[in-house]
Design a protein around this ligand. Structure first.
Ligand code: ZN
Ligand code: ZN
Length: 286
């Protein structure tokens, strides 16, 4: 199912299935509440086509993309195509989020191949309200690895404010990523929690907006830390996004930024997320 909404009618959207199963009066009452914000959306949102922008991103060889008319399919092995440490600080068995040095041990990089297959919209549409991101992939970056939201597995500890480094070995690496360790399902999922400097530093230019570095599961593009003229992107909404011109979208587009400061990553998605892309977060194995 490509979208959960049919286009706005007279500035009001009608949700699929809504009228089929519930009494008409109730539907009208609900629609008055649910669809009021759509009037704003319908007047301000042009139809975007991200095909050229997605094509222009510097995808790794481990990423395969096939373009359709309304969607594109993205496949990846999930292993970042950039160097990473051979050893990481890993949570000891039973530790969800390390609080103390004693909660961690030095172990081999747990990264393992994944089987990512996403179908993503080429005409992303903003919804009236944001959808909070869960744990697990919320986007795929050009390296082929996943972007996670800012939080560790307890769903509120901000990973980049809770890093540990001993003897040159880190919990989160210099590219602001690490993999889900043994004890989690799926295991070995390498993911970023913030600006992936090993991706952005080689391609971003001074005094320019960051380059596209990936796509979120709602189809809107993801960028590094620099906004217009290379300045801090501001203001950003609660999802760390805003609408402005970028190098790839001269007409302007809604897009997300990964930022040097909190929240570092994307806390919510502003666009419609195809049902097939709803992620099952890593869970602790019993
Ligand atoms: Zn993490
Ligand atoms: Zn921007």
């Amino acid at each position: 199912m490509p979208t959960q909404y049919i286009p706005c009618v007279k500035n009001k959207a009608i949700e699929e299935n809504m009228n089929s199963n519930i009494p008409k009066l109730l539907a009208v009452a609900i629609s008055a509440v649910i669809f009021a914000p759509c009037a704003v959306f319908a007047e301000t949102a042009p139809v975007i086509d991200t095909t050229a922008g997605i094509k222009s991103a510097q995808w790794g060889k481990n990423v395969t993309i096939t373009f359709g008319t309304d969607t594109f399919a993205l496949f990846s092995d999930g292993i970042p195509n950039h160097p990473r440490p051979t050893r990481y600080l890993l949570p000891k068995p039973g530790v969800v989020v390390p609080e103390l040095a004693a909660d961690l041990f030095v172990g081999d990089d747990p990264t393992m191949p994944q089987n990512y297959a996403f179908t993503l919209p080429l005409h992303p549409r903003k919804k009236a309200a944001a959808t909070p991101t869960g744990l697990g992939p919320i986007g795929i970056l050009v390296s082929g690895a996943a972007l996670f939201n800012p939080y560790e597995a307890d769903d509120h500890t901000i990973a980049l404010q809770h890093n540990f480094t001993f003897d040159g070995v880190s919990f989160v690496d210099a590219c602001n990523g690490h993999a889900t360790p043994a004890g989690f399902i799926p295991v070995g999922t390498y993911h970023y929690h913030g600006v992936p400097h090993c991706i952005t530093d080689p391609i971003d230019k001074p005094r320019e907006h960051s380059k596209i570095i990936g796509v979120a599961l709602d189809g809107f593009p993801i960028y590094g830390p620099h906004g217009k003229d290379g300045l801090n992107p501001a203001p950003l909404d609660e999802c760390n996004g805003h609408t402005e011109q970028t190098g790839e979208f001269a007409q302007g587009i809604y897009h997300y930024h990964l930022t040097e400061g909190s929240p570092y990553s994307i806390r919510c998605l502003m666009g419609e997320v195809p049902a097939s892309n709803i992620q099952h977060p890593p869970v602790i194995k019993n």
